[in-house]
Ligand binder design. Structure first.
Ligand SMILES: [Zn+2]
Length: 424
């Protein structure tokens, strides 16, 4: 081998022994770099009839290779050797690990694109950076998606988290995540009961019985489905959603109370500008030093402000107390206290009463939130990521492509050497 071949191969990281580079030049456009190579076919006799082979010319293909600089595309003018068997009249064409049969885009390029598809970049941007068409990028994506997914229906993780997100065509898709490892188990195109049941029914009952907890948010009808499919599972309402509902109910009453006063009134200001203090746990309120509060035009501290603000209405105070004690019970895993609070008969705001009614309807699942250490944070986090993926692409029209991209970007698909070679 000449030193030219060796240095080019070293630079391009090509390991194919049958490939020999013998020339390079700039194309007529003065930007495209062209390397000329011959691809040998290492055969001496016909594999079928063992007859002698004769040289039968070359098949020329221009192979697109990833370049360091996208404005200087690199192409390999590949002369694939062809051999002919005089005995059985068969022809043989040389093939290489560099490029697939019938393909003009080198494998390292595909791997580079696949790697870039795991980052938060639009497909158009990836296409531009690699000097290929948008369609080539899409083809790499779909090809990867076509890989048979792990279809083993003999295992389910003990802790599941379920939720939904808005995706293709503003439709809601169902998502199920492993609560411990945070891996996506499945994304279903719809969140219809029949589809969810159909999917999980692939798993035998013995496998479904292994599921111990299922976390979900309150306003979903997944509870019935969960009880039906996973007989041993504990349904847990996500703590975040419980707190959110409590806070929202309190805030609604706070604004209602606030609007009873004129904007110049001290009570109005106390309830309007310092709303964040009311949502803080009581223990976290600063109550030592006095500080000047701009809106009140006087010295005060956080604890005083909350106390003075709640003086505006007794109903507001009782609602505040319920919100605070309930959150505290949830944080300290105090089951008894939570049951007591659920049956609270205090004079509460209208919204808070509705919230308590909702909690009571799902009492068991709400109490489980205090005892279980699993929450739906991972699902919410994944949903946030999915939203970002959709935004970067300005939305997806194809559900399968969206799922493939989600799997790639959430690192669910482990990109190993063999996966990379399999996509090509
Ligand atoms: Zn032959």
């Amino acid at each position: 081998m000449s030193s030219l071949t060796n240095s080019i191969k070293f630079l391009l990281d090509v390991k194919d022994k049958n490939l020999i580079f013998f020339d390079f030049y700039l194309a007529d456009d003065q930007v495209t770099k062209i390397l000329v190579a011959e691809l040998k076919l290492p055969l001496t006799q016909c594999p079928t009839c063992h007859g002698p082979l004769v040289h039968n010319g070359h098949y020329l293909s221009m192979v697109h290779y990833p370049a360091y600089n996208a404005s200087h595309p690199l192409q390999i003018k590949l002369n694939k050797q062809r051999l002919f068997c005089r005995h059985c009249h068969q022809t043989f064409l040389a093939s290489s690990s560099l490029v697939d049969k019938g393909c003009f885009f080198a494998k390292p390029g595909k791997q580079k694109i696949l790697q870039e598809l795991t980052t938060d970049r639009s497909m158009k941007e990836i296409a531009q950076a690699n000097n290929v068409s948008n369609h080539t990028v899409l083809r790499v994506l779909t090809k990867f998606g076509k890989q048979p997914r792990a279809n083993d229906y003999d295992y389910l993780p003990p802790h599941l988290g379920v939720d939904e997100f808005r995706g293709v065509g503003r439709q809601l898709h169902f998502i199920c995540i492993d609560g411990a490892s945070h891996r996506i188990i499945r994304v279903l195109e719809t969140r219809l009961r029949k589809d969810i049941v159909a999917y999980f029914n692939h798993f035998p009952l013995t496998v479904r019985k292994q599921v111990k907890t299922i976390t979900m948010d309150l306003n979903s009808y997944y509870q019935d489905v969960a009880h039906e499919l996973f007989p041993n599972a504990l349904v847990v309402i996500d703590r975040f959603h419980i707190i959110q509902m409590l806070n929202r109910s309190f805030n609604q009453l706070r604004t209602q109370t606030m609007k009873q006063f004129a904007p110049g009134d001290q009570r109005y200001k106390l309830l309007k500008f310092y709303w964040k203090f009311y949502l803080k746990p009581v223990a976290d309120l600063k109550c030592d030093k006095l500080k000047y509060y701009h809106h009140l035009k006087r010295m005060s501290n956080q604890a005083f402000i909350v106390d003075e603000g709640l003086d505006a209405s007794p109903k507001l105070r009782s609602t505040y107390e319920l919100m605070q004690t309930f959150s505290k019970a949830l944080r300290t895993h105090d089951e008894q206290e939570m049951i007591r609070l659920l049956n609270c008969k205090d004079d509460l705001g209208k919204q808070m009463k509705t919230t308590l009614k909702t909690f009571n309807r799902n009492q068991k699942a709400v109490i489980n939130a205090a005892t279980s250490k699993y929450a739906n944070g991972c699902v919410e986090g994944t949903n946030r990521k999915i939203k970002q993926i959709e935004r970067t692409a300005y939305g997806y029209r194809n559900f399968d492509n969206l799922v493939t991209r989600i799997m790639l970007e959430t690192k669910n698909a482990v990109l190993k050497e063999n996966t990379l070679s399999a996509i090509a």
